[in-house]
Design a protein around this ligand. Structure first.
Ligand code: IVH
Length: 674
């Protein structure tokens, strides 16, 4: 094979992996393999510079720093849509009436419903299937050429699969996922660098970054939602058809969409999406309804630069202004002191918020937050609300600066902040009641020992009244002691004792996680349990043996070694075991694949007896992957009561649907042999 052929082959293969990884979210090969292919391609292109093309996957990063962005005149203007912020009953649903009246008041009209992504609108221009230009919306007539930066977004194909239309302009939204946003900010905070205010600013800022290498470091994604100029491509009959075609071409199209008729169905879509808004991996600010038929869209046309065939229906904003009344210090499980903003209650992201995190002292200084300030609060997804900025102009004369206390507000121990660390810590250890409470709450948590009913109020009482000093004391509680507590009925006391009893039968990974070893999260605990199989092996493992576990690095290994070298920690473990905590052990890593390796499950609805977490962890323990949405890659969907769109999707894709009984059969059948 000559270099040209090999280059073509490598590009095709790398692109296939890119698509699987960034668009389908289903990586096909290990990173190391991918890197090997990539390096081989780079080497060949260096040897044969004449064969280098701008659409090679190696050309996503790199490129020179720009002086500015060239203007791009849009062949078809990029318009905006009318936005309604009303409640379900009216406003946006007058849309249906308006549309039907405009069309002569006849039959029901079909609508394509989709999400309103909160990012930056971009026009991608493909000529003969190759990405030649990417532009921002600008004023709708003229945008800016941001091709270099757009190329760094891995989920945007540099050329389309099976489309050689003369011109195909694809419009959509560049966004930053919440996970990428949080990860980026966590890292910035740890390095003492400025953080992004929200994912939208993150996306917009990165795209307007003049240095493409910097832009490449910001993790961005894209969803296609429409078209611009089209030449030499026969348009499908519907908007839904366009999105399907774009998806076929390899562009990312959001799966959360539906084609419906009638206002009740529009309301239903709005409600369904609202219910899962927090669980979505990215920010949205509403939903969009579009007339599905392109013929009807043409007939409806535009009024004052807005299409009459589309409307956006907003959700409550995820950022609001409010007044910072005070800053309190919260002491965490590991002694970390977190400054917490005490706010004038404000309705944000669908709930009333009166506390928000300020992360750490440096962050407060960087954002220049003073007590008394008007601040911007963000609450999006399931993360804790945070203060993301201040409105300097509204600072009152009596505003006060904040200083971290020198002593722990709970136990009075010294507060230290180690060189190079962003966080201040209380040195009290388990002497500090706050750390003790958090350690117990963590231990009893749903993902740890799962002691039902042991909430923060009760733990607070138990620690404050000196009934519990350490974790094993939990298992020494009896009904009489609990029932003697204020506001505790005999029945509830009995329930807690029963729940404690039930929690004694656990798994090694849950137990390890429950111990609260610094840096050992749920995933690491699972990796350790799978790798070693037995607790005493882990307790005796040195750094070297720990480093052999996948994803365990030096910091984690050292933290585990430190934890188990403390006599009192070993004592806690021993006492817990003596009190009856137990799990099954095995001989450590086997090279045999697990019984459900390679199988992907999706859980939906409420199962009669298993909780979602339990079903998930038992499936994962057998090697299965549990995914959040149904796709062609899903092997089975397990559905319970009130299963929604995932069940519909399963039927649509012919994915087998199981009930809990079938799942339990499978679990029992496999768990025995393990
Ligand atoms: S359609 C002519 N669909 O919202 C219709 N826009 O005012 C053009 N947006 O800044 C827009 N998600 O970037 C459409 N699913 C979606 C969208 C969406 C987000 C943004 C768009 C524009 C604004 C529309």
């Amino acid at each position: 094979m000559d270099a040209m052929q090999r280059i073509a082959q490598l590009r095709a293969e790398i692109e296939r992996h890119n698509h699987a990884y960034y668009v389908l979210d289903a990586p096909g090969i290990p990173d190391a393999e991918y890197d090997k292919l990539f390096r081989e391609l780079q080497a060949l292109e260096t040897q044969h510079p004449g064969l280098l093309t701008p659409d090679s996957p190696t050309q996503r990063v790199g490129g020179k720093v720009l002086d500015g962005f060239a203007p791009v005149r849009h062949a078809v203007p990029m318009l905006s849509i009318r936005t309604e912020t009303d409640t379900e009953a009216s406003g946006a649903f007058n849309f249906d009436t308006r549309v039907r009246n405009a069309l002569g008041g006849g039959d029901e009209v079909e609508y394509a419903c989709e999400l309103k992504f909160d990012g930056l609108a971009i026009n991608l221009r493909y000529e003969r299937g190759v990405l030649v230009q990417a532009a921002t919306r600008g004023d709708g007539e003229t945008g800016e050429d941001v091709t270099q930066n757009i190329r760094t977004i891995h989920c945007i194909p540099l050329h389309l699969k099976g489309c050689d239309a003369e011109v195909l302009e694809v419009r959509g939204e560049v966004y930053m996922s919440r996970k990428d946003f949080n990860r980026y900010n966590d890292r910035q905070r740890a390095l003492g660098l400025p953080t992004l205010v929200n994912p939208r600013n993150g996306a917009a800022g990165s795209i307007r970054q003049l240095d493409p290498a910097l832009a490449a470091r910001r993790p961005l994604s894209f969803f296609a939602y429409g078209l611009g100029e089209v030449r030499g491509w026969a348009l499908p009959a519907t908007h839904g058809g366009i999105l399907d075609a774009l998806q076929q071409f390899g562009l990312p199209v959001c799966a959360e969409r539906a084609v419906v008729q009638g206002t009740a169905a529009l309301a239903d879509f709005h409600r369904r999406v609202a219910a899962k808004r927090d669980a979505l991996p990215f920010d949205i600010d509403g939903v969009v309804y579009k007339v599905n038929s392109l013929a009807l869209q043409r007939e409806l046309s535009f009024v004052s630069r807005e299409p009459r065939w589309a409307v956006a229906h907003k959700y409550p904003a995820e950022e609001q202004l409010t007044v910072l009344r005070d800053i309190e210090i919260q002491v965490g499980r590991t002694g970390k002191l977190t400054p917490v903003a005490k706010l004038e209650p404000v309705f944000v992201g669908g709930t009333t918020v009166s506390n928000a995190t300020l992360h750490n002292e440096d962050e407060i200084r960087r954002k220049d937050v003073h007590i008394g300030d008007t601040v911007i609060v963000r609450r999006a997804g399931d993360v804790i609300p945070e203060v993301v900025g201040v409105i300097r102009e509204r600072r009152p004369a009596n505003a006060r600066a904040f200083a971290m206390p020198a002593n722990c507000p709970v136990c009075g121990s010294h507060v230290v902040r180690e060189e190079g660390e962003a966080d201040a810590r209380c040195t009290g250890g388990l002497f500090c009641a706050a750390q003790r409470k958090q350690a117990i709450l963590h231990f009893a948590g749903r993902r740890a020992m799962d002691v039902e009913g042991l909430g923060d109020k009760l733990v607070e009482q138990l620690v404050d009244e000196r009934i519990i000093h350490s974790l094993p004391d939990l298992y020494r509680l009896d009904v009489a002691t609990l029932a003697a507590l204020e506001r505790m009925a005999e029945k509830s006391a009995q329930n807690i004792v029963d729940a404690l009893e039930k929690s004694k039968r656990t798994t090694l990974n849950r137990f390890l996680f429950a111990l609260g070893i610094r840096h050992v999260g749920e995933t690491t605990a699972k990796d350790l349990a799978r790798h070693f199989g037995k607790l005493d092996v882990i307790m005796q493992a040195d750094n070297e043996r720990l480093l052999a576990v996948s994803d365990v690095g030096p910091v984690v290994a050292q933290s585990i070694v430190d934890f188990f070298s403390e006599a009192h920690n070993r004592e806690v473990v021993q006492q817990l075991c003596e009190l009856g905590v137990h799990w099954e052990e095995h001989d450590g890593v086997s090279t045999e694949p697990l019984p459900l390796s390679g199988k992907t499950f999706v859980l939906t609805g409420t199962l009669p007896s298993l909780s979602r977490d339990e079903a998930k962890s038992r499936l994962e323990a057998l090697g299965a992957k549990v995914a959040g949405s149904v796709s062609k890659k899903t092997d089975y969907v397990v559905a319970g009561a009130e299963a929604g769109s995932k069940l519909d999707k399963a039927h649509e894709l012919n994915v087998p649907v199981w009930d809990e009984t079938a799942l339990l059969d499978l679990l029992h059948g496999n768990e025995k042999h393990n």
